[in-house]
Design a protein around this ligand. Structure first.
Ligand code: ADP
Ligand code: MG
Length: 476
């Protein structure tokens, strides 16, 4: 009785599981789907190019062994890769793995941005006075990999960061772009990579810089007519970490200079690590040539951690600070603050401060009080309904009229104002806001927001209304 592709792959997985760490197993083998078995060729589907490459680099020997064990000497493996190209949705394409004995991955039959120059071209411009060793890396030692808790929310980003740290400039992940919302660990992870590189390769010049600082330095350099020095300085860095690149948006000159630095570093096999609050495709106000370079390597996202991860993070922080809290208190904190890690840490610190100031024992009741205060002050989001109610009260209008189709001037204005606040204070889409305001489409909402912004710039009285309303909406 012979097995089908699923049966074979299942047997392979059993062996693999015994030979790799649980984390590696979850990250690299769980997502694989066996697709077919034909003429002794087992085809497995992997989610991305990156995945394929990673398997090839790290698990080729293991894969070879298990395939031969399950399928005999003639057994072959093929990959089917889901294309990450967003226009052609997940069209798999296939990569043949030559005879499963290739140790030389550089001959893998696909072109990857992997082959960076082995020989490094020396930078002829290095300023003689600037000794490499003098560059302060700006790394915060507490933002290490050890202190970074792994979870589903950060698995890919963490794993690729780890790969980059072990082989800076020598992987396909160049640049490595880590993106995600506020307080989800972008800064922490980018430091962790830098710290690990410094540990393993003390001679490499690693530099962490916030994009804001980079932009300011550049402006200073223009003022002092030292732009050449500025550029040369950045061009001699081996590992450049730029945090929050979204800050470059709209700053053309800064983007230009960064573009040149980027190219220089990249061409010379230097590692670039970037963080951003959004993926490259969504970056606005950024030059296309820069965005396209951001896409060269790997973009990995950080998302909000699940409950278990949040608890693990809290426990790690407490352990690091030599604190212990009752289990129900940590659970409560992790359960009630689910927006981002920074906020959760904030709540933990406030709780500890309160407890020590007032010499109180930390109980679940105290935790509840703190979270009530804390969450109300920060993570509260007003609803569209609430905004409409406040606006109607303010202008003394009936809610029904606001939602009706009437074109009376004062109603139109109140309606536009509530759309405007709904846009800036809630996470609702334009279409959803429109639907709440008497079935308007997204273009109408967009127009309303623009009108309100224009009026607030030109009309003093109108601006006063807005400021009043904003106060009412933020203090509850
Ligand atoms: P971002 O740069 O994305 O806004 P940060 O890197 O500043 O976020 O993270 C906010 C806080 O949350 C930091 O104190 C960081 O140490 C902590 N944090 C975030 N994610 C994790 C994690 N997975 N493990 C441990 N701490 C984390
Ligand atoms: Mg940050």
């Amino acid at each position: 009785m012979s097995k089908n592709h699923e049966g074979i792959w299942e047997s392979c997985l059993k062996v693999i599981k015994d030979n790799v760490s649980l984390q590696a197993y979850k990250t690299w083998f769980n997502p694989i789907v066996p697709v077919k078995l034909e003429n002794n060729v087992l085809t497995i589907q992997v989610p991305s190019h990156f995945f394929y490459e990673w398997l090839e680099e790290n698990y080729i020997l293991l894969l070879k062994k298990v395939i031969q064990k399950e399928m005999g000497k003639e057994g072959r493996l093929e990959y089917s890769i889901i294309m990450e190209n967003n226009t052609t949705k997940s069209t798999p394409y296939t990569v043949k793995l030559p005879a499963l004995n290739s140790k030389n991955l550089k001959n893998a039959p696909i072109s990857m941005p992997l082959d960076i120059n082995e020989k490094q071209i020396r930078n002829p411009f290095i300023i003689p006075g600037l000794k490499k060793v003098n560059v302060d890396s700006n790394l915060n030692p507490s933002y290490s990999f050890d202190n970074f808790v792994e979870g589903d929310c950060n698995r890919l980003a963490r794993a690729s960061g780890y790969a980059v740290a072990n082989k800076p400039g020598g992987t396909a992940f160049n640049p490595l772009l880590i993106y995600g919302g506020v307080g989800l660990g972008k800064t922490h992870l980018s430091h962790a990579i830098g710290i690990s590189i410094k540990d393993q390769f003390p001679n490499k010049t690693v530099l962490y810089v916030g994009s804001e600082k980079f932009a300011h330095q550049f402006i200073d350099a223009i003022k002092n007519q030292t732009t050449n020095d500025f550029i040369h300085f950045y061009q001699m860095i081996d590992v450049l970490i730029i945090d929050d690149v979204q800050f470059f948006s709209g700053k053309e000159k800064t983007q230009d200079v960064f573009f040149h630095i980027f190219n220089h570093l990249h061409q010379n096999g230097k590692q670039i690590i970037l963080t951003s609050d959004k993926p490259p495709v969504e970056m606005k106000g950024m030059e296309q040539r820069l965005v396209s370079r951001f896409k060269w390597g790997l973009s990995a996202d950080l998302s909000a951690p699940a409950l278990e991860t949040r608890m693990a993070i809290l426990e790690k922080k407490m352990y690091g600070n030599g604190i212990e809290l009752p289990k129900d208190v940590t659970e409560y904190l992790a359960y009630s603050i689910n927006t981002n890690v920074r906020e959760m840490e904030g709540a933990l610190n406030t709780l500890l401060a309160q407890a020590s100031l007032n010499k109180k024992v930390i109980t679940i009741e105290l935790a509840k009080q703190m979270v009530d205060k804390f969450v109300k002050n920060t993570a509260r989001e007003v609803s569209i309904e609430y905004i409409q109610k406040v606006v109607c009260d303010y202008f003394d209008l009936e809610l029904e009229i606001l939602k009706s189709k009437t074109r009376k001037r004062e109603v139109v204005q109140a309606r536009q104002i509530s759309m405007y606040f709904s846009k800036i204070m809630t996470k609702s889409s334009l279409a959803n806001i429109g639907a709440h305001c008497g079935g308007k489409d997204h273009a109408t909402v967009l127009h309303a927001c623009r009108t309100v912004r224009n009026l607030s710039e030109t009309d003093k009285q109108f601006r006063a209304y807005l400021e009043d309303l904003e106060k009412k909406l933020t203090i509850q």
